[in-house]
Write a protein that binds this ligand. Sequence first.
Ligand code: PLP
Length: 408
Amino acid sequence: MKPNEHIAEFGTIDAELGVGGMPLSRLAARVGSTPFFAYDRTLLDRRVDRLRAALPARIELSYAMKANPMPAIVQHLARRVDRIDVASSAEMLTALDTTLPADRVSFAGPGKAPAEIRRAVASGIIVEIESATEFRRVVAAGDELGIVPTVAVRVNPDFAVKGSGMRMGGGPQQFGIDAEQVPAVLHDFAAAGVDILGFHVFAGSQNLNAAVITEAQRRTVDLVTELAEHLPAPLRYLNLGGGFGIPYVDRDRPLDLDEVAAGLHELVDGVIAERLPDATPVIELGRYLVGECGVYVTRVLDRKVSRGRTYLVVDGGMHHQLAASGNFGQAIRRNYPVAVGNRADAAAGGGVTVVGCLCTPLDLLGDDVELPPAEIDDLIVIFQAGAYGLTASPTAFLGHPAPVEVLV
Ligand SMILES: *Cc1c(COP(=O)(O)O)cnc(C)c1O
């Protein structure tokens, strides 16, 4: 997708990018300092509505909050999704501050410390078990607290999902229990006093290929149907993962949600209805829910020409938005969409290189990007900053102050 298409998603007001119904320079004045992250709640709601309209009504939507754990976002989404997935006990506390009941919160991740497991069991959330060791720890915490823990078993599937930005299932993995080991583990813990609701399979992240996602979901349901025979009770929880990607660079095409939804309708009305009638299917999404609603806004500190190349030096950088610098999961660096937010309607005026304020060549936010002519004090916007932005960046690097985050 091109930067102009991202500008169109947000819309323009008085020839500026509109965020949360305000021209960007006015929003910057309201925030009071740059750089900052702004998340647009109208875009968030639009995304949830679009998902709800496309997906089968029986599918529950879970927000994987590690994508953006800002409490205001989590609170906002908690009223619109069915569940929240957390990846640490700090995230668990944020999720438990919402109106969602504890049994609508799940906790996944390969390295849950015994103390975290104890807190999770005490709170009554669903612990997604990733190994036999974790199972033992959950049982021990339940015994100690006099509580029957609720769990789901995270399964490392016996297939891999091609085309994921990050593969998290198939082959050897630190995530989940290998599918072929699951029957034995279930057998070992059948009488342990734990309520095993079902399974969770999360095969990969940042996938833009609907056919691949659909195939993975079909295989997940087949696998889980087999494994369900080893459960002591009917399967009630079927977390199909997600991995829906968003377009970050020029050549990325947005995911065809209708195609994914068509596959899910077939699964829900077919195999799931027939063979797993008690199952609640869950789709768990992080970046697809929040990634496109956010912008990272920086101010131009300097404009200089070095041997024919024009540089815009901005007051932000990779310490806040590591992914846009290409140093977070990209094999080949490609530009994230960039715009001059206070000149959203202006025509491009040649290639410029946008760099952050850190003293390292890695701090590159836009390499030879076509932008309208920008001056000192203009606002440079990086799109697709709503997920894995601030909390996935090395904020302590060089010791600059932390940016403000606003939900508008
Ligand atoms: C990180 C994670 C997600 C979210 O991934 P996205 O690519 O942001 O959608 C979902 N489920 C689990 C278990 C995760 O670890």
